[in-house]
Design a protein around this ligand. Structure first.
Ligand code: XMP
Length: 308
């Protein structure tokens, strides 16, 4: 069984031995794995760890401020706003897999550019056990990242043997805020997988507003820790509605709330009807471009958790 204090002490010792006086970088997303990993490595090598937080323009409302406020005094924290670069690369792209590939490629380009500004020798990654167990045999345990300049970063994975619940225990011991530790999973490609069809700033803003309403209401209802994920999807379907005494042809938004243990399977729990109604009412009245809200009732399988 994991004893958090022992794990932390041991991990700090090992990181010090491995990295010594050299520099390391990490891509910090604000999710629990990269956050715990960053704070742990910071404890070992202090400001020789450079944490890079990339804004790809696909983040949720208030996320940049939240991540920045949590980490600016805890880490050697570097914020990079690359949103225009990502949105340019994604212009007109409708296929979800193509969107993911473009986001992955641009992310590496941005990260490599930032890494080259430092003289880091190590790349810290918040890989945890399920990440490599699921793909065992496909990845090598010692892998390095060669940058375009020829610079090679050696990968260090201090929490690779931990499971999610253990990462959370370590995070609590490291005094990370509960908001970070119990944050619901948010996909790397962000809102790109929650906007169907091509991405525009306008559609992202609609999706962002609808998601903010969903999370506010789910948290207010006190079920945020009971469910796995809760979010809104902006579809490319339009539906007729009435606004005042005018006909309106607006967007259909789908509300998705699922429960899961490991994201491999998921089910839609019974939801308080008042909560569902409140979310629908708020989205259609506060987000003027939306006329209809539908509730997704499909489990995984056959559906996936995300819509794209
Ligand atoms: P699906 O939609 O495949 O999602 O049932 C399973 C879990 O993974 C998250 N997800 C992603 N996470 N990059 C990520 O980091 C991705 O491209 C991605 N796609 C899905 C999803 O939110 C769910 O928790």
């Amino acid at each position: 069984m994991l004893v958090p204090e022992e794990f932390i002490e041991d991990a700090i010792q090992k990181i010090k031995e491995k990295i010594g006086d050299d520099k390391a970088i990490i891509a910090l997303s604000g999710g629990v794995d990269s956050s715990v990993c960053s704070v742990l490595v910071q404890k070992a090598i202090e400001n020789n760890l450079i944490a890079i937080f990339v804004n790809h323009g696909l983040l949720r409302e208030g996320e940049v401020e939240e991540v920045t406020n949590t980490f600016k005094d805890r880490l050697n924290f570097n914020y990079v706003d690359a949103s225009e670069e990502f949105l340019d690369a994604l212009k007109g792209v409708e296929d979800p897999e193509e969107k993911r590939k473009i986001i992955g490629k641009v992310f590496i380009e941005v990260f490599e550019r930032e890494a080259e500004k430092t003289d880091a020798k190590y790349l810290v990654q918040g890989t945890i056990a399920p990440d490599w167990i699921e793909s065992e045999g496909k990845i090598k345990s010692h892998h390095n990242l060669a940058l375009p300049s020829g610079m090679v970063l050696e990968v260090v994975e201090p929490i690779r043997d931990l499971y999610k619940d253990e990462v959370r225990e370590i995070g609590l011991k490291l005094d990370l805020p509960e908001k970070v530790i119990y944050r619901q999973p948010f996909p790397g490609p962000g809102l790109a997988v929650r906007v169907i069809g091509d991405l525009t700033k306008e559609k992202l803003e609609i999706c962002r507003k609808a998601n903010k309403i969903v999370s506010d209401e789910v948290e207010k209802a006190g079920i945020d820790k009971e469910v796995w994920q809760y979010f809104a999807v902006l579809t490319d379907t339009k539906a007729t509605g009435v606004k005042g005494d005018q006909r309106d042809f607006g967007y259909l938004v789908v509300l998705r709330i699922v429960n899961s243990v490991d994201a491999m399977t998921a089910y839609v729990p019974e939801l308080p009807w008042q909560l569902v109604q409140k979310i629908s009412k708020r989205i259609t009245s506060e987000v003027s471009e939306v006329t209809h809200v539908a509730l997704s009732i499909s489990d995984k399988p056959p559906a996936t958790i995300e819509f794209a």
